[in-house]
Design a protein around this ligand. Structure first.
Ligand code: SF4
Length: 326
């Protein structure tokens, strides 16, 4: 099949758009969607200047999504003095897995002369995920612990260096899965909070979102969320990016796996399902956020670590206490 743009050999067919694209036009199309999302979300505030640039922290795991996001943002903003990019990688303490992906992160950032920081659960919390899985005091999946620790490290680090935005490499499939899971769980407040935390657009004049965001959090954004996972993987391959593709040995989100399969089947039979889920979800989430914002409980400081929380202690400290008690 030929590329619909130039007639060269097509390497991908997107059933949702009907387009066949060659290597060059597929890569251009992925970059265009990321840049459009950056623009439409008003990611770069109008008051950012070369003298007072915005700092964006990118969560860089070394997997294809965060590697592609880092590469495209660097290509876009390397010569723009209004933005400073900082890549942040986290070592969870997973033997034989994270070391390899950190090599990919180091290669990517060194080639681009990008500031790269690495923090570990071991240094931060004195825990390693391999041991957490063994002890499992809360009878939860590894990812449930790991997600709490990762969010804490990312947020705290971003706040410590005075970052304006915290960017993560969630792709369209990730986001459609999360949207469907939130919806099926029937938790409207969670949907509202997700919109406020990472989906709503910024107001364009500053690094604030249009909503009344608490100062305790560095606002998050997901500029890769319009691009399907398969196209992210193809982009990484065609651009020769050093992405690490081995799966984490503790990955076991069973419910997400079911939703993944469901979405895959729906997309096969009804191309465009992921896009329509996200279009409707973001609109509904915006309405839910407006409705629920005034009811959100006031945030306090965790009595142990000072992180923002609605109770006496944050979730991370509760988990660390449980692990210590084993
Ligand atoms: Fe952590 Fe789960 Fe990701 Fe492994 S798959 S790094 S346990 S969140």
């Amino acid at each position: 099949m030929d590329c619909d743009k130039c007639g060269d050999t097509a390497v991908s067919h997107a059933a949702y758009s009907g387009l066949h694209l060659c290597e060059e036009h597929l890569c251009a199309s992925v970059e265009k969607r990321v840049r459009r999302r950056v623009r439409e979300d008003n990611l770069l505030g109008r008051d950012a200047t070369p003298e007072d640039p915005e700092t964006w922290v990118i969560g860089l795991s070394g997997g294809k999504d965060s590697v592609v996001l880092t590469h495209i943002l660097h290509e876009t903003f390397a010569k723009d003095p209004r933005v400073e990019l900082v890549a942040l990688s986290i070592h969870e303490g997973i033997e034989g897995y994270r070391d390899e992906s950190l090599d990919a992160c180091r290669e990517l950032t060194a080639d681009r002369d990008l500031r790269h920081e690495v923090v570990s659960y071991d240094e931060e919390f004195d825990v390693r995920m391999d041991e957490v899985v063994e002890d499992d005091p809360k009878n939860m999946s590894a990812c449930a612990y790991c997600g709490v620790f990762r969010r804490d490290v990312l947020s705290r680090y971003a706040a410590d260096i005075g970052a304006d935005k915290l960017l993560t490499g969630h792709n369209l499939d990730d986001e459609a899965e999360t949207a469907l899971m939130n919806f099926l769980e029937g938790d409207v407040r969670q949907i509202a909070q997700q919109f406020d935390a990472s989906l709503g657009p910024f107001d364009g004049a500053s690094s604030e979102r249009t909503r009344g965001e608490t100062e305790a959090f560095v606002p998050r954004a997901k500029p890769l969320r319009d691009v399907p996972e398969k196209e992210v993987a193809l982009y990484a391959r065609f651009e020769g990016l050093p992405a690490h593709i081995t799966e984490c040995p503790h990955a076991e989100e069973a419910y997400r796996g079911e939703i993944q399969q469901l979405l895959y089947d729906l997309e096969e039979r009804h191309p465009g399902t992921r896009h329509s889920i996200m279009a409707g979800y973001e609109e509904l989430a915006a309405l839910a956020a407006t409705e629920h914002r005034s009811e959100d409980p006031a945030l306090d400081e965790c009595e142990q670590c000072g992180s923002p929380t609605t109770g006496d202690r944050c979730r991370k400290c509760s988990l660390l206490d449980a692990l210590e008690a084993v």
